[in-house]
Design a protein around this ligand. Sequence first.
Ligand code: XMP
Length: 510
Amino acid sequence: MKKVLVLDFGGQYNLLVARRVRECGVYCEIKPYSMSMADIRAFDPAAIIFTGGPATVFEADAPRLDPEIFELGLPILGICYGQQLMIQELGGSCRRAEVREYGKVELTHSGESELFYGIEPTSVYWMSHGVEVETIAPGFCAIAHTANCAFAAIENRERKLYGVQFHPEVLHTIHGTKILKNFLYRICGLGNEWTMANYASDAITECRAKIGSGSVLLALSGGVDSAVAAALLYRAVGDQLTCIFVDHGLLRKNEGDEVERAMKDTLGMNIIRVDAHERFLSKLFGVTEPERKRRIIGEEFIRVFEAEAKKIGKVDFLAQGTIYPDVVESGMGGKSNVIKSHHNVGGLPDCVDFKEIIEPLRRLFKDEVRQLGMELGLPEALVWRQPFPGPGLAIRVIGEITEEKLAVLRDADAIFREEIAKAGLDRSVNQYFAVLTDLRSVGVMGDDRTYDYTLALRAVETQDFMTADWSRLPYDLLDTVSRRIVGEVKHINRICYDITSKPPATVEWE
Ligand code: XMP
C-alpha cells in the first residue's frame, strides 16, 4: 500500500492533516520533522506533507530539514510553515507579513494549477500566519493570492513541489478536502485504497502471524477502543484471546451488561467480568479531589486486572486498545500544562507475565476505530457510543462519591440520553451527560419542602474535544428532560444547563 509521510513541525492542526489525508482514502503517518533521511527512505513514502508550526522560519533555532529531502524526487506539499521552509531551503526568502492574516480570508487562484483543479476561482480559506514568502525560489510560480499575500499558494510543477499559506485541513477552508484530493490523486497519482475493510483483513492477517499459537490477554474497559481491539483479535485468533472486563461500577445505567452481551452474544467471545465496584468505592471513600479520583481509579484498575490475570498464569501477549492520537509524537516534543490526566490506566500491570504488547489499533484515529468496529460486526449502539471517560461517573459526581449518588446520577443521565435519542440528536451532539453537583437547595414538591441535589446537564458540539461549544438544545427538549428527571428521580429538585464552552470551561466538570 502506498503511503504519505506527514512531517510535523508542531502545528496545532498536525493530527487533522493526517485525518484528512486518510479520509481521502490514502494511508499516512505523522512523524517528527527531525526524522532522519535514512528513516524517511526506509518509510518509503509516495509523497510528503510538511505541516504548519509555531516557529519563525528565519530565526536561528527554527526547525530545519535536510535539503536532501528535495532530491528524493517525491511530490511535496508544504502547509504554512512548511511552505515557508521549503521556499527558504530552495533559495527563496520569507519575511514578517505586513498584515497578519488570521481566520477566514478570501483567496483567488490563477486557474492554472492542478492543485486547484475544479475549484471556483475565489472562495474562503483559513489562514493563520504572521510570516510570508517574500521571494519564491527558482522554478516556482505563484498560483494563488489574497489581498495581503502574493504567494498564498505556489508550485514548481516540474518537481511536483507545492506550498500553501492557508490550512487546507481546517474545515473553514471550504475546498480544503478537494485541494488535498487534487494533491494526492492528480499530482501524486495516489488512489483511494485505504478502507476499513482492507485494514481489517490486513490487521487480522498481521495479528495472526505475530501471535501464532500464543495466548493473548486484554483488559476491557467498557469503552469503544478496547471493545474493537477485542473484536479484531478474536477474529484473528479466536479462543486464544482472553478478555477481562473490569467493571468498576462507575459505568452508566446498564452499560456493563450491554458490553458483556455484545461481546458474548453477538461475537461469541468468552469474557471474564469482574465485579469490582465495592473495591473501587471503598478506595474512593471520602475522596473529593478530581485528579486523586483519576489516580485511584487508574491504579485500582490495574490491580484488579492483575489479580484476575494471575489466575490465568503466563500469557504470551498483552493487548491494548491504544489509538493513534495517543502515540503520535509531537514534532516539537510538545510540553503543555496538564489540565487533566486523561490516562485511564495507571501504567502497565507489572505482575502479569507476558512476552510482548500488542496494540492492533495504534495506527487508527477514533473515527476509523468506529468504522473498524462496524466492519467487525459490533453492534452499532456500542460502536457509536459517545465518548465516556475512563474514570466514568466518578468524575461526574462532584465531590464525594457514594453508591446512592451514583444511582441518582445513573437514572438522571439515562433519562437525558433517552430524550436526546428520541429527538434524533444522538449523533449530532457529540457528548451529552448529566453531572450530579454537590450543591443542595430548597424546593417545594406538593405541599412539602425539599432540600435536595442540583443536577447539571451538559451537551457539547466539537470535532476533537480540544475545544467545544455548548449545544443549543431546543428549550422544549430541555423542558421535557427537566420535568422527567425531577419527577422520576428521587433527590433531585433542580436542574441547570451548562452554557459554557471549552475553553474556558472543560467538557467534564472534574
Ligand atoms: P475535558 O473535560 O478535558 O474532556 O474537556 C475532553 C474529553 O476527554 C474526556 N475525558 C476523559 N477521558 N479519561 C478519559 O478517558 C479521563 O480522565 C477523562 N477526562 C475527560 C471527556 O469525556 C471528553 O470527551
